[in-house]
Design a protein around this ligand. Structure first.
Ligand code: NI
Ligand code: MN
Length: 224
């Protein structure tokens, strides 16, 4: 069974046997990661999964991928852009598709958001569904609440849902409560809140029924 470790903001590390998968590994400049003493230098991923091209999600990916040779799974545009930055091993996809991966499988889902860096358009923002060690983990990326989250439950039945809850750029806590109930995972992990003053850290409205909420501090892990 995999271990899920929160690295601050929207960054997660999922480990299972020899597989060490990072989602949205933004550590350098991430106040939550830095306060917890976490550094990209200490990470040695075998794979990196990116939901979209914003800097607070791509983060340390170019340096990590070049140091470790980890394969990056993301949108067609994000992968092309990383290739121009010298990343060698790239697996592009788009929403609705999936890729059999070293660790299991990644499926790309819709997300309602944007995706760019420094004025460069970087394709569709996405959520990702990882299958690893017999567990299905949905990281919603940055997104609004949308009713097709019910379809994600129907298609993928996630065991774990990782949801942004910080408002302004994504769902806030009230909408994320509805998302968590629609997805109905056994465990729901809130993220993308309180990183900066623009993102709320008041989760008092995030009270979904029918799921166990695991609010992790940066650096903390849970087994699922
Ligand atoms: Ni974003
Ligand atoms: Mn973001």
């Amino acid at each position: 069974m995999p271990t899920i470790r929160f690295l601050g903001h929207a960054a997660f590390q999922i480990t299972e046997g020899d597989d060490d998968v990072l989602i949205d590994p933004f550590l350098t400049g991430n106040p939550q990661a830095e306060a917890a003493g976490l550094s990209a230098d200490e990470l040695s991923p075998t794979a990196i999964v990116l939901t979209h091209g914003h800097d607070d999600h791509v983060g340390d990916t170019p340096a990590l991928a070049q140091r470790t040779g980890a394969t990056v799974y993301s949108s067609f545009e994000v992968c092309n852009w990383l290739g121009e930055k010298g990343v060698q091993s790239l697996e592009p996809g788009n929403p609705g598709g999936g890729i059999d991966a070293s660790f299991g499988r990644v499926d790309f889902t819709p997300a309602f958001h944007s995706s760019s860096s420094g004025g460069v358009y970087l394709g569709q923002p996405m959520g990702v569904v990882l299958r690893i060690g017999g567990v299905t983990i949905y990281h919603a990326g940055d997104t609004a609440l949308f009713t097709d989250m019910k379809l994600i439950k129907e298609l993928h039945a996630p065991d774990v849902a990782i949801l942004p809850v910080g408002d302004r750029f994504t769902m806030g806590p009230g909408h994320a409560r509805i998302a968590a109930e629609w997805i109905g995972a056994k465990v729901t992990i809130p993220c993308h809140f309180g990183t900066w003053p623009l993102l709320t850290d008041d989760l008092s409205a995030f009270t979904p029924a029918g799921t166990r909420v695991e609010k992790l501090k940066a650096g903390a892990s849970i087994g699922v």
